[in-house]
Ligand binder design. Sequence first.
Ligand SMILES: [Mg+2]
Length: 294
Amino acid sequence: MSYSSQLVCTFVAKNKLDYKILINFFSKIQNTTHYKILSNRALDLYCEDFSKKNKDQLRKFCFKNKIDVCIQKAKWRRKKIFLADMDATMIKDETLDNLVKIAGIKGNIDRLSKLAMDGKISLRDTLKFRVSYLKDKSTKLIKQVIKKIRFNEGSKVLVKTLNKNGYHTSLVTGGFQPISTYVGKVLGFKKVISNRFVIKNNKFTGEYIPITGKQNSKLAYLNEICKKKKLNKVKYALSVGDGANDLGMLQNSGLGVGYHSHRIIKKAIDNHIQFTDLRTILFYLGFTEKEFAK
Ligand SMILES: [Mg+2]
């Protein structure tokens, strides 16, 4: 057996994982070299590489049985850099939309946001548009948005466990300070990269300062942080996100995970979380449930 071609397939269920039906199905596809139980709801199966057709079949089986699955090379499984999207990934909310709504602006904000996250319109254009709605409104509204933030299940345990294990953790968002810095602080991210409103006399001017001048700013940050840490992104970077602006970051990370994602991500990325919560990423990295930070 050549170690370099060895794959690890991780299966995670919401409650209890039915190992029997899973192993039964898997044995029709490939021989396993060994396995590891990560929890009563998560299992690793190690095997030699197999065809795309069989991988698709396995993914279909898992989808039908509401099991999340990750197929990756065993060799570079543990990572060192973690980049996470904020809105609809670490938290349930789309915070800019909530801010615009709290400001009392009517209009089809949700639809604009959804189109941008599906990659159908430019995110930068809709951001500009949505921020312009806020012109002359009080920045006190930000506090109300922060109060209503709902964290996604597993977000705290995920970041805490990664920090404890020496990962460099960054929250990289098309959202805005100080909402992003609040979320970053609560979850314990080491770094927060986000846009900034232009504010004058405690009022929004309707303009903003983007994270970087480049089109794909999250990918640009991934490249920058990996260069700074002298780490190969294909081997050491892990990222998670749900929308079109996460695509470059997800595709260029060693492991890019789609989290309850929009169609554009579902089509382009192999490994997802569709039925479980953010702790599943820890299983994908090979942590057992006992190793999760409390
Ligand atoms: Mg998002």
